[in-house]
Write a protein that binds this ligand. Structure first.
Ligand code: SF4
Length: 92
């Protein structure tokens, strides 16, 4: 089974009110970190928008932590989704 097919089996309890990922757009722009984020996220959460800002499709996040580990300090504010929100991994 392909990875996308497997990922499709995961369900999300989406927190509509609050993104658990915040991008410091000014710093991200200064450091030119958008393309890096776009490349490293396995869930394609980040995208560089036409105006150069970093788009965050936070609902797709797999909570893998890669972006936090790779982004320069201060660019991302990331916390695990509130309470029962976030991804629920399917077994098997
Ligand atoms: Fe993407 Fe992982 Fe960062 Fe979520 S934690 S936005 S899946 S790199």
């Amino acid at each position: 089974e392909s990875v996308p097919a497997r990922l499709a089996g995961n369900t999300y309890n989406l927190d509509e009110e609050e993104s658990h990922i915040e991008v410091n757009q000014e710093l991200a722009r200064t450091l030119g970190v958008g393309p890096l984020l776009e490349r490293i996220c396995p869930a394609h959460v980040y995208s560089v928008e036409a105006d150069g800002s970093v788009g965050v499709e936070y609902a797709a996040c797999l909570e893998c932590g890669t972006c936090l580990a790779m982004a320069p300090a201060g660019v991302l504010k990331w916390h695990y989704p509130r309470g029962s929100f976030g991804i629920m991994f399917r077994e098997g």
